[in-house]
Design a protein around this ligand. Sequence first.
Ligand code: AMP
Length: 418
Amino acid sequence: MNFTDLQLIDPILKALDEEGYTTPTPIQQQAIPPVIQGNDLLGCAQTGTGKTAAFAIPIIQRLYLARETDRKRKLISTLILTPTRELAIQIGESFAAYGRHTGLKHTVIFGGVSQHAQTNALKYGIDILVATPGRLLDLMQQGFVDLSTIKVFVLDEADRMLDMGFVHDVKKVIAKLPRQRQTLFFSATMPPAITQLANSILTNPVRVEVTPVSSTAETIQQAIYFVDKPNKKNLLTHLLKSNQMQRVLVFARTKHGADRVARDLNKQGFKAAAIHGDKSQNARQHALADFKAGKLRTLIATDIAARGIDIDDLSHVINYELPNVPETYVHRIGRTGRAGASGIAYSFCDAEEKPYLKDIEKTIGIKIPVVSNHPFPLVDFNPAPKPKQNAQGQRHKRGEDNRQNQSKRPKSTGFKRK
Ligand code: AMP
């Protein structure tokens, strides 16, 4: 199937062609036709499946064809609610890309930055608003946003909203929407609280389910490097010397750790930057933009900061530390090998992390191949005992990495079992 088979309007087909897209991904094939028809949608899918285009394309088409005088009257007709700033920015970029020949206007609002530019854009008048819940409520309370004219509402990453404690804010926003509207609901997992929320806001939805991020596993080449903790930085620089590593996302478990890895790399002459929750929004955007533009080959991220990062052509993901929650591993390696592209995921495992590796392999149902032929093999097989775990099996008490650990990712990963 091609995009041309989906009865899309020319301005969209032209934009997709410029983006280099020819074949819709499974979620796009299933979601675009019913959404164009005006149906509600319940989509069980996560980032990496092409879900952003799956909702953005039909929304652009509907708005373009139904364009009335709304924009002249500065009425917002579509609201997309998403949990993080990064996702909001990426969704905004998708609307800009796919809608570039339609004249539709959108803006993105999120917290952590001055509201001035955001309120100016709102005053100017937009068709599509992409927002995180906190800043949206704030601007609504200040009278900058009126949701009474919304015709299409998208709730993106609903389960993450729950994980991050945003559900009350989301419900407050929903209460301000007109009852008569089209609603598209996306979630990677469907725990009972999310099913309940979906049932309460959707009317006869079309259900679309695609296998989670791990379905890309067949295109991701995975490998384990056993290495002593103090040698991880040497192993990383050794690997970075390979020219095949064009764009590398390195995962660190803590913000502090991410900074340390970036510092070590820069000292060794490998340009790198860290992104995490303690960095200013500007610093994060700057690092991400340099990384996307290819000016920066290596980006070090914590799980929360990397959540939803959408970077084309990520050649490698490196787990500098193994996560203690197996589903986090699945999520991390899903950053590469996106939309059918191939990718490589390397994991560094010291003696202390071996139990995590065992859990990961049990969850994904495969034994990850080991690279034994490298200059820094594991020699310290009996390191200090592991830190005491609390009742949830978590090693950290506070901080963003702990929040990631609490998130429940799907048990069924779709990995092929041997
Ligand atoms: P998403 O799941 O929305 O985060 O999209 C994942 C990645 O796939 C993004 O980099 C998109 O630009 C890309 N993508 C989405 N749809 C397609 C498509 N039909 N063909 C090629 N790439 C796509």
